[in-house]
Design a protein around this ligand. Structure first.
Ligand SMILES: C=C1C[C@]23C[C@@]1(O)CC[C@H]2[C@@]12CCC[C@@](C)(C(=O)O1)[C@H]2[C@@H]3C(=O)O
Ligand SMILES: O=C(O)CCC(=O)C(=O)O
Ligand SMILES: [Fe+2]
Length: 343
């Protein structure tokens, strides 16, 4: 069975697009990371009334509310999700422990140019002229291969905590995906992969160092996720979702919630009725920010074919593609990928 790394093999990155700068020795924003000039006004005003909904998973109306959120936003915050607070905090502490290491130690686990796992800049970096104020660490399957390079004698704690985190996220992601598939009337045949062990999952630890001039640079540049769903934990502000006609809308993290985004694969499967929202991360002058994103996707050979109901107006908007084919298209064409498979 192909893996995520197999999908990236044909599109290796330049080392310059993998190695982050040393943010601790950058008291000012270097030109390579300057996105906006001092008087640019790129940051929209804060209107909490119009942000993504907070949904209680135990609410009897949860499925209806999720349906509305997927159509209107493609994202929501989820409370009563069943993941113990200790698991969430434990994973964040480990992320903090890893990113606090000196640069030379983190670079021992640098992602290879044609690989998917390890330490480095966001995969989308080559599509933007400027660098992001961000470091990432991607885990696919077990973290131990990469973490042993960083902590040869002390990798077990990190690996155990991340393994437990992934197990718990898998249960939640399966539950939410089943709800989405019920809403879309996806057949048993097409949802057989949910709950299997060979799905295309990945865990991404994100670190956004505090930044001397947060309005002149970018944490994570605007992108849509590739997954069916992504479950994100972060207690800090900074995440913004683009809403047509409204602009960039901040997400105010609910203290007990996890954030769920739909990715491009959900947009394709729903034949465009569920959004795959464009989102980005902004920075803070005083605080570092951590987040952990769990990407849940079908296995690489799964064929994505949009749901059609048989009505005249419900003709398929996208041609069938395998997950691997879509990831390869996205590795090459990024933001244009959905239009390249549109019929
Ligand atoms: C499974 C994956 C989704 C992801 C690419 C990756 O191979 C692992 C990292 C993920 C991430 C995290 C930051 C934003 C993003 C767009 C990126 O550059 O790397 C996502 C990718 C994605 O959703 O396509
Ligand atoms: O840091 C965040 O809140 C979001 C991260 C994200 O969008 C991603 O990892 O794809
Ligand atoms: Fe994302």
């Amino acid at each position: 069975m192909d893996t995520l790394s197999d999908a990236y093999k044909a599109h290796p990155l330049d080392l310059g697009d993998i190695i982050p700068i040393d943010f601790s020795s950058s008291p000012a924003i270097p030109d390579s990371h300057t996105w906006f000039q001092p008087n640019d006004d790129h940051f929209s005003s804060d209107d909490p009334a119009s942000s993504i909904p907070v949904i209680d998973l135990l609410d009897p109306k949860a499925k209806e509310l999720i349906s509305l959120a997927c159509e209107n936003w493609g994202a929501f915050q989820l409370t009563n999700h069943g993941i113990p607070l200790g698991v969430i905090q434990g994973a964040e502490e480990e992320a903090e422990r890893l990113f606090s290491l000196p640069t030379e130690q983190k670079l021992k686990a640098l992602r290879t140019p044609d690989g998917a796992a390890g330490y480095g800049r966001a995969r989308i970096s080559p599509f933007f002229p400027k660098g992001m104020w961000h470091e990432g660490f991607t885990i696919i399957g077990s973290a131990s291969h990469d973490v042993k390079k960083i902590w040869p004698d002390d990798h077990a704690r990190f690996c155990d905590i991340m393994e437990d985190y992934e197990k718990q996220m898998k249960v939640l992601a399966e539950r939410v995906t089943e709800m989405l598939f019920d809403l879309l009337n996806i057949s048993e045949e097409k949802r057989k992969w949910v709950g299997a062990n060979d799905t295309g999952t990945a865990l991404q630890l994100n670190f956004y160092p505090s930044c001397p001039e947060p309005n002149r640079t970018m944490g994570l540049a605007p992108h849509t996720d590739t997954s069916v769903i992504t479950v994100v934990q972060s207690q800090s502000t900074g995440l913004q979702i683009f809403k047509e006609g409204k602009g960039w809308i901040p997400v105010h993290p609910h203290p007990e919630a996890l954030i769920v985004h739909l990715g491009d694969l959900a947009h394709i499967m729903s034949n465009g009725s569920f959004c795959s929202p464009l989102h980005r991360v902004t920075l803070n002058e005083a605080c570092k920010r951590y987040s952990i994103a769990y990407f849940y996707s079908p296995p690489m050979d799964h064929v994505l074919s949009p749901l059609v109901t048989g009505d005249v107006d419900s003709a398929a908007q996208f041609r069938p593609v395998t997950v691997k084919e879509y990831i390869e298209i996205k590795a090459q064409h990024f933001g244009n990928s959905l239009s390249l498979i549109r019929i």
